[in-house]
Design a protein. Structure first.
Length: 86
């Protein structure tokens, strides 16, 4: 399942560079996560790095983007394949 940033985000900027998939960017009002790029850090780290670094605990699992470990792993494989072509 990809993660989601709540509107309690204080735009502190620390999660954006922590994301190994470049899935986090500044949205209109606060930071947002692209569900097509978020693998919950599977393939890179044991736990979601954005959640680890966020000082206000405003990053949750997105109930609208439920994915299994296998689906997330597949997404990771696709992202890596794209990166090696680019
Ligand atoms: S869980 Fe990992 S891949 Fe997903 S947005 Fe957070 S840091 Fe990026
Ligand atoms: S670390 Fe948390 S508070 Fe800071 S920009 Fe990211 S989501 Fe917002």
């Amino acid at each position: 399942m990809s993660l989601k940033i709540l509107d309690t985000c204080v735009n502190c900027d620390v999660c954006e560079p922590a994301c190994p998939n470049k899935a986090i960017s500044l949205g209109e009002e606060f930071y947002v996560i692209d569900p097509d790029l978020c693998t919950e850090c599977i393939g890179h780290h044991d736990e979601p790095q954005c959640v680890v670094v966020c000082p206000v605990e405003c990053i949750i699992t997105d109930p609208e983007n439920v994915e299994s470990h296998e689906q997330l792993d597949l997404k990771y494989q696709h992202l890596m394949a794209k990166e090696s072509v680019a």
